[in-house]
Design a binder for this molecule. Structure first.
Ligand code: MRU
Length: 365
């Protein structure tokens, strides 16, 4: 992320044989900007599980690099050993978080890369690092394109509401929902962003407000339960959020609370947009009801940020995501353009070029 003076959301350090994954520990923001080094698969798994790295695209990129680290765990004696270790690492990383499909998409790419021909264990490992770097680079490019397409939706003076964090911290760089705002801001359009704080882990307060302030984009932080009032007061012209998984019919899983925001937007006749790269679509799922929703530790609600705020032992329900039905979504902004209206056919048509590339056996990344 350029606004962090050379500190990037995540990056690979060193070569394939001895390098490692370095990432910003997002649990320490906004008060401390510190990086952590992940030198083994377990450390990458923990970083994803504990939300040190989070946001669907960033989780995918981290998993790609994590698979490289795991692939060399049993030594580089021959390609078979490296392939075996890669599979074990991918299986382990796939258990870290269930909802963001980018995790599984990236691990599938790493498994496919491991099946390609290599003369030595080291050559295979270098191929794997090249694939992980490609996932990283593609994510950066997709985010820039999303920003460019989505910026056309914003007019000078608009008020924009967003939920959770879909910024540079949630991707390799630049973000998805925030990319739309960054891009419009860069075009000279004055905007005011309203950031939901996003209970229980406060990604909106800790991360979105931080990213916007760093870029000197006017931002107003609100508690999640203030969105209806802010809309009624006429402060919001458009809502834009990210996504963790999008089903074939356009139903969108995103941070818990997103569905409520979409309902509020509909009630106030405010367009509600989702911004996400093609890597966040799961076309194997017909509709959002099939998306696995992560359940997280009750203590995130009862003991958030080190202070007990509920009686000991109280029953807690803590789903980390919800599903917004396609009919509430005005459009989905991808690297290919804006899908609107959001229908099964429009999604298939928009993603077809990417799907054909994957299906074409002559296409080799
Ligand atoms: O639990 P998190 O912080 O990983 O949830 C993140 C979100 O819900 C984001 O909105 C989503 O991953 C899109 S990030 C570009």
């Amino acid at each position: 992320m350029s606004e962090t003076a050379g500190v990037e959301t995540l990056r690979w350090v060193g070569d394939a044989a001895a390098g490692w994954l370095r990432l910003i520990d997002q649990t320490r923001l906004p008060t401390e900007l510190v990086e952590v080094d992940c030198l083994d698969v377990e450390r990458v798994w923990c970083a994803i599980k504990a939300l040190q790295v989070r946001g669907a695209p960033a989780i995918g990129v981290a998993a790609g690099y994590g698979a490289v680290i795991g692939a060399r765990a049993a030594g580089l004696s021959d390609p078979g050993t490296v392939r075996h270790a890669l599979e074990a690492a991918a299986d382990r990383l796939a258990t870290s978080r269930p909802t963001a499909v980018n995790l599984f998409w990236a691990l599938d790419r790493m498994r496919a890369a491991a099946r390609r021909q290599a003369a030595t264990g080291l050559e295979l490992l270098e191929n794997l690092l090249a694939e992980a770097r490609l996932i990283d680079a593609e994510d950066r490019a997709m985010c820039r394109a999303i920003g460019q397409h989505g910026s056309a939706l914003l007019r000078p003076g608009d008020g924009v509401l967003t939920h959770c964090n879909a910024g540079g911290l949630a991707t390799a760089d630049y973000g998805t929902a925030l990319a739309v705002i960054f891009s419009a801001h860069a075009q000279g359009k004055p905007l005011r962003v309203y950031a939901d704080e996003t209970r229980p882990l406060l990604q909106g307060a800790r991360l979105t407000a931080w990213e916007l302030a760093k870029r000197r984009i006017p931002v107003t932080l609100i508690c999640d339960n203030m969105a209806a009032q802010v809309m009624r007061e006429g402060r919001i012209n458009l809502v834009v959020v990210g996504a963790d998984r999008i089903a074939a019919n356009g139903d969108v899983a995103n941070k818990i609370g997103t569905y409520g925001v979409a309902l509020l937007a509909r009630a106030h006749q405010i367009p509600f947009y989702v911004a996400a790269p093609s890597s966040t679509f799961d076309l194997a799922l017909a509709e959002g009801a099939g998306i696995p929703i992560e359940q997280r530790d009750p203590r995130e609600i009862t003991h958030g940020f080190g202070r007990q705020t509920a009686p000991e032992g109280v029953d807690v329900y803590n789903p980390a995501f919800d599903v917004t039905p396609a009919e509430l979504i005005a459009g989905i902004i991808t690297e290919n353009g804006i899908i609107s209206p959001v229908t099964h056919a429009a999604i298939a048509a928009s993603l077809r070029p990417a799907l054909e590339r994957v299906a074409d056996p002559s296409f080799d990344c």
